[in-house]
Design a protein around this ligand. Structure first.
Ligand code: HAM
Length: 427
């Protein structure tokens, strides 16, 4: 029988990588809570219609990338391909719309898209996201964009540009859509079935074309900012002025339309300059003032982002800026079988004073035990052999200095703590 492997595109996050992940998660909690955002966790499984309505038919996510199945009760359910729709659903389900507005929420968790796996693109990936629901003020757009930038900065992800655009709203979007159709109409027959479907359903998606042959037509297309109504133009100007005020640099990008249909007005992405092609988006977001209505609720303005944690980790790995796993501080070796219980006892005492302690179990030569101890990276090794057992002592070894002292077992914790502290201070 061939050994079983994981589902393609789904990865194990291994011990060497997880310290970096944990650090980024801690920083996510910090940047969100510093700005008054509260955590929320929504189910990983949602009714399929939530995403087909919110994200939109005609998007890659809904058309090709959803993990959808029928459950035992005959309902069509989908592994979440994003969380904005879920958070909006929860906001109304839980009556958060009756609380003082806006409601500021953040989340961290697995997200699923059936896309072609490659570096930076997985079928299960993690998002850190924030949603500020119930307020249209452009200050909130600035707060959110600045928060994403702060998370990347604190995490040490460098070489990032903030791409910014405004794609209008229900008032001005129809005229822009028509202008796009006018522009693309003479070329659409040559552009293939995907583009033709986009032309019909949502011509904004044509700006997102990855086809190099379409590039000249795409780059000559009209820009959404030239079609903004007065209210949208004013909002966009206020967002830019706010970003200037808080010192977030951005690049206006008239081609940025985002891959999901619910956006109105502000659209933004964080691009890593050194990640390749379509995988260079470390995160993205925008305003989605029309989403609540699409889900059957009263009009409710909102803005948010989601960061691709896998991609942020990848950027850190490429820059050699990952967090190493912390080694144990003390490695206890029961060098003879009879020393096992004493080693366990001592390890307990060491842990009670807060020292990360590993016991080297297994009947092996002292040399082999010492090799494992060395590899563990612990600055202090405590050996209990036959002689120590008989005398009620322990050999406490300073791995940095290569010095070893025999101490009474009662004093082993103190002696080990001194060695660990000395190594920490580098003295
Ligand atoms: P999105 O742009 O579809 O937006 O995804 C956000 C981020 O998730 C991307 O920029 C990327 O870093 C990461 N990502 C997406 N797909 C993959 C994948 N297959 N593998 C690895 N990482 C991936 C949203 O999801 C919106 N809900 C963001 C938002 C929140 N808008 C408003 N609020």
């Amino acid at each position: 029988m061939p050994p079983l492997k994981s589902v393609p595109g789904m990865r194990d996050l291994l011990p060497h990588a997880l310290p970096t992940w944990r650090r980024l998660r801690g920083l996510a909690e910090d940047v969100a809570e510093l700005r008054g955002y509260a955590p929320i966790e929504t189910p990983i499984l949602e009714p399929t219609e939530l995403f087909s309505r919110a994200v939109g038919e005609g998007t890659d996510v809904v058309d090709k990338e959803m993990y959808t199945f029928t459950d035992a009760g005959g309902r069509s359910v989908t592994l979440r391909p994003e969380a904005t729709a879920s958070v909006t659903r929860a906001y109304f389900d839980a009556g958060l719309h009756q609380q003082p507005q806006p409601v500021r929420l953040y989340y961290w968790g697995p997200t699923f898209r059936y896309d072609r796996p490659q570096a930076g693109r997985y079928r299960q990936f993690f998002q850190f996201g924030v949603e500020a629901v119930g307020e249209a003020d452009p200050g909130l757009d600035v707060e959110v964009i600045e928060m994403g930038r702060d998370w990347l900065d604190r995490g040490g992800v460098t070489g990032v540009s903030v791409e910014l655009n405004s794609i209008g709203d229900a008032t001005c979007r129809p005229a822009y859509r028509e202008a796009l159709r006018e522009h693309f109409r003479p070329h659409i027959d040559a552009m293939g079935p995907v583009a033709q479907r986009r032309f019909e359903l949502n011509p904004l998606r044509l700006l997102d074309s990855k086809d190099p042959a379409a590039e000249p037509v795409v780059s000559a297309a009209p820009s959404p900012v030239d079609f903004l109504c007065d209210a949208c133009a004013e909002h966009y100007a206020a967002v830019k002025a706010g970003l200037d005020a808080v010192g977030v640099e951005y690049r206006e990008n008239p081609r940025l339309v985002r891959g999901l249909d619910y956006y109105t007005r502000t659209a933004f992405e964080y691009w890593a300059e050194d990640l390749q092609g379509a995988q260079n988006a470390l995160g993205g977001g925008g305003r989605y003032d029309g989403l609540a209505e699409v889900l059957g609720h009263p009009p409710t303005p909102a803005v948010g982002f989601a960061m691709g944690v896998d991609r942020a980790v990848l950027a850190l790995e490429r820059a050699g800026a990952t967090v190493p796993a912390p080694p144990p501080q003390v490695y206890v070796i029961p060098a003879v079988v009879a020393a096992r219980t004493r080693a366990l006892d001592l390890a307990g005492a060491l842990r009670r004073v807060g020292l990360r302690t590993v016991v080297g179990f297994g009947e092996r030569s002292l040399k082999s035990h010492m090799r494992s101890a060395q590899k563990s990276g612990a600055p202090c090794v405590v050996i209990i052999g036959a002689q120590e057992l008989a005398q009620g002592t322990a050999a406490v070894r300073d791995m940095v200095k290569g010095e070893q002292t025999e101490v009474n077992i009662e004093l082993a914790v103190v002696a080990a703590a001194v060695v660990v502290e000395r190594a920490r201070l580098g003295s």
